[in-house]
Ligand binder design. Structure first.
Ligand SMILES: Cc1cc2nc3c(=O)[nH]c(=O)nc-3n(C[C@H](O)[C@H](O)[C@H](O)COP(=O)(O)OP(=O)(O)OC[C@H]3O[C@@H](n4cnc5c(N)ncnc54)[C@H](O)[C@@H]3O)c2cc1C
Length: 371
């Protein structure tokens, strides 16, 4: 089967990998370069979903995807040309809380895990936290410790899974797709400015741009961009041993030797510029929790766009008003964690087989009757 995938982010590259593994003829079409957008510039935290915080199908999908990441950390090493692929690190994550109200909620979560020996969830007061890192602000009341979290470099991961797909025969075409070529209600390929690239099945994995490609064929996809910015800091040693979260913000030491701090959530359309305002907000927030960061220097500032859906769950569907079409998008704030599961599920839809995890909650029709 000839599959054409639009979008060289984590969703498209993972789909390409799982389809190439099955021996299909795969073409990935990317107008910029692989991992050029959010998939190359995200933070790269794979945090397990806290029980009760999301819909159960989302939690199962996320757990399944983190399991795939662990498997891929092995599988991709066989394809790397010059160095061993060791991008995935288990790294505990602590949700820092700043007042008694937040502490009560965090302790309730901790108590809900008391009978679960599989999940390493603990409540730590400031005294205990300061044994992990004495540089945490004294304004912090405590933290919810999650041992089963992972961290990776999203650019390296997306590139590695693409290179693995390529080594299995997938091709990259560097062009912008303008629309879907349709004949008698069936997608027969994609249109660029001067050619049609034929396909048996077309996968649209174009992140926040997914809706723009599909609107013209009467398929309304409510995926919208939400800008996020990150600062990479040259901070005093030692590196942070674990990742810290508070509200929507975070700080973590990355293998590049820098401390990455974030973030913003800005509704500014497709504008992916960095701003001074965001830099000031991010650094102020980080210094409140980790005062030693006041001595850090900003080395790099990045901005990119999360593909958001109204209910913060992905869209993975082929039951559309055009046959031969699959949507794989809407990873939102957790698109790196969810990427492999989005890819393996989209690949199953391409081949007409049952996805290995329940995706019935991720249909497009949940938003409207526009099928
Ligand atoms: C600041 C920030 C931090 C984040 N941190 C995390 C994190 O710690 N953990 C986590 O799990 N997630 C995180 N995310 C979310 C994650 O980055 C995204 O959900 C994920 O990268 C989306 O992947 P994607 O493949 O769907 O889209 P993208 O990475 O946006 O890829 C889509 C691709 O499609 C291409 N494309 C679009 N239109 C066309 C066209 N017409 N023709 C050809 N190509 C086209 C684009 O060029 C792009 O390369 C973060 C996001 C942000 C912004």
């Amino acid at each position: 089967m000839k599959a054409v995938i639009v979008g060289g982010g984590i969703a498209g590259c993972s789909t390409a990998y799982y389809l190439a593994q099955l021996g299909h003829d795969v073409t990935l079409i990317e107008r910029d370069s692989v991992a050029f957008h959010a998939s190359g510039f995200a933070q790269g935290a794979l945090n397990p979903v806290i029980r009760g915080s999301r819909q159960i199908e989302y939690q199962k999908f996320s757990d399944f995807s983190i399991g795939l990441h662990r498997q891929l950390a092995f599988d991709l090493s066989g394809h790397s040309s010059n160095e061993k692929y060791s991008n995935l690190n288990q790294k505990a994550s602590v949700l820092l809380v700043k007042d008694e109200f937040q502490a009560t909620a965090a302790k309730r979560i901790y108590e809900s895990y008391l009978d679960d020996t599989d999940v390493d969830c603990r409540w730590l007061g400031l005294g205990e936290l300061s044994h992990i890192d004495a540089r945490i602000s004294e304004d912090v009341v405590g933290g919810l410790y999650l041992g089963g979290a992972y961290d990776l470099d999203p650019y390296k991961f997306t590139l590695a899974i693409w290179q693995a797909a390529e080594s299995l025969g997938a091709n990259l075409v560097n062009l912008a797709v303008e629309g879907i070529a349709i004949k008698d209600g069936l997608a027969i390929g994609v249109r660029t400015s001067d050619l049609i690239i034929p396909a048996d099945v077309v996968v649209i994995a174009a992140g926040p741009w997914t809706g723009g490609i599909l609107n013209e064929c009467g398929i309304f996809v409510p995926v919208s961009p939400l800008r996020g910015q990150i600062l990479r800091l040259d901070a005093p040693d030692p590196p942070l041993k674990i990742s810290f979260w508070w509200d929507k913000d975070y700080a973590t030491s990355k293998p590049d030797g820098l401390v990455w701090v974030g973030t913003t959530e800005e509704n500014v359309g497709f504008d992916a510029q960095t701003t001074e305002k965001a830099r000031d907000l991010i650094i102020d927030s980080a210094i409140k929790m980790l005062p030693f960061l006041s001595q850090a220097k900003v080395v790099k500032q990045t901005a990119c766009l999360r593909p958001m859906t109204p209910d913060n769950m992905p869209i993975i569907d082929s039951d559309l008003n055009v046959d031969g079409l699959v949507i794989a998008s809407g990873g939102g704030r957790q698109g790196i964690a969810l990427g492999p599961a989005i890819g393996i599920s989209a690949a199953a839809l391409v081949t007409g087989s049952e996805p290995p995890i329940d995706i019935s909650g991720f249909s497009l029709s949940r938003f409207s009757d526009s099928k």
